[in-house]
Write a protein that binds this ligand. Structure first.
Ligand SMILES: Nc1nc2c(ncn2[C@@H]2O[C@H](COP(=O)(O)OP(=O)(O)O)[C@@H](O)[C@H]2O)c(=O)[nH]1
Ligand SMILES: [Mg+2]
Length: 406
């Protein structure tokens, strides 16, 4: 008799509509498992409409029958379990449920869509056995790791968010704190109370356990080939649409009058700077409110917005405030009252481009100063002031085609 009923590893895999992936994934994981340890694979399904849960259920029954028939078959070093949940309440609660229903000393969390290749699991297990009290992270951003199949936009969003998290939440020691692939001692995940909405559970654990050693294992993240991502770009797009509609609505009801005879030169440079900064502050307030509303409970009552994680919420907040900044600056700061779609869209694109340059300058200054041990508060003030001023000049000259000093 082997001691095969002592579970060493529990691999928790949350699923929602993964019927095309799940059985293949289970078999790939089993194929790669080291024989020395007993592993349980715990699938946590949120009642997927595509029958993922049923599929796994059938698979488990089949395996049981087979084992009963084949007397003397080699003892398996792995067992599959299914946890059925009744509703889709998000990724983190699903993971936490899976943890509760499992018993391995070490918990491994991974996605079902093959973004996390099954071949890295044994490497992570080995590392975890050598460092049983560490958090082992499957990392896209250490040497040897990479991301395949994401459009530039999503890559940028992800690495930008990682950067913000690392600097802002002081988890600089980890290159990929938002990875969904990690292994850790059960105690670290079992009793943690999760504050954030959304799905970056590792980040939360890292922030709350700064003293725990970490180790990153490079892997190649491959974007899902089948099934649908829950990261819904539609959310951002719908927001932009809503803003545009609101804006058009305001225009139709006559609040905006077209006035072509504005003498731009008559308004002094300084008064425009003043207006520009005022608009900037209004943008900050809008940004703050939107981020705050989206990342909090209010979002749960609006179905479209549930599952918005707080860093994403703040990216959406930034996008909306950028848009309102554009219109306030166009109408008020630069007194440009022409709103035909073609030229407005062109100006808008240019405004975004200039703002992006400003943001890059700001982050570069910030990064440079913080890395050179200037306190974060001071670095932030310097970075924002310099970047905003450069931004103003760029927008004045290139977006609204004014002379810089007029
Ligand atoms: N149980 C459960 N699993 C989920 C939920 N949302 C996503 N998942 C699973 O979590 C993993 C990651 O989700 P995915 O859509 O690939 O997110 P992305 O990689 O960030 O685009 C996949 O295995 C999904 O099936 C959910 O609400 N409940
Ligand atoms: Mg995925």
């Amino acid at each position: 008799m082997s001691n095969s009923n002592i579970v060493t590893f529990s691999i928790i895999i949350p699923t929602y509509n993964e019927s095309e992936n799940i059985l293949r994934l289970i078999s790939e994981i089993e194929k790669n498992l080291p024989t020395s340890d007993f592993t349980e694979i715990v699938i946590v399904d949120d009642d997927s409409p595509d029958g993922t849960g049923k599929l796994v259920e059938n698979y488990i029954n089949q395996q049981n029958n087979k084992n009963q028939k084949e007397v003397g078959a080699k003892t398996a070093n792995c067992k599959v379990k299914i946890v059925h949940r009744t509703g889709k309440t998000g990724l983190i609660p699903a993971i936490m449920d899976g943890v509760k229903q499992s018993s391995g000393r070490t918990v491994i969390v991974m996605d079902a869509d093959f973004s996390h290749p099954p071949e890295v699991i044994p490497k992570m297990m080995l590392e975890s056995k050598m460092n049983p009290n560490s958090i082992i992270i499957g990392s896209r951003y250490v040497e040897g790791g990479k991301v395949v199949g994401w459009p530039k936009k999503r890559k940028l969003l992800s690495s930008g968010a990682s950067f913000l998290a690392r600097v802002g939440l002081n988890v600089r020691r980890v290159k990929d704190p938002m990875s969904g692939l990690f292994a850790l001692p059960r105690e670290l995940i079992e009793n943690i109370s999760i504050d954030t909405k959304g799905y970056k559970i590792l980040l939360e654990i890292l922030v709350k356990n700064k003293e725990i050693p970490t180790k990153e294992i490079p892997f190649t993240f491959i974007d899902r080939r089948s099934g649908k991502s829950k990261m819904d770009n539609g959310v951002i797009l719908n927001y932009a649409k809503a803003i545009w509609q609101l804006y058009r609505h305001g225009q139709k009801s006559g609040h905006v009058t077209i006035d072509e005879k504005v003498n731009k030169g008559s308004v002094l440079f300084l008064s425009k700077v003043g207006r520009y900064y005022t608009v900037g502050i209004s943008g900050l307030i809008i940004n703050y409110l939107v981020s705050f509303l989206l990342a909090n409970d209010v979002a749960n009552s609006i179905r479209l917005l549930s599952n918005v994680w707080y860093l994403e919420a703040s990216i959406i907040g930034a996008a909306i405030s950028l848009t309102s900044n554009f219109f306030f600056n166009k109408y008020w700061t630069f007194e440009d009252r022409r709103f035909d779609l073609g030229s407005t869209a062109k100006q808008y694109a240019s405004f975004i481009g200039m703002s992006a340059i400003g943001l890059i300058i700001q982050i570069a200054i910030l990064y440079f100063m913080v890395e050179n041990f200037v306190p974060y508060r001071i670095s932030l003030i310097v970075a924002i002031t310099v970047a905003t001023t450069i931004n103003f000049i760029l927008i004045k000259k290139f977006t609204f085609k004014e002379k810089v000093w007029a």
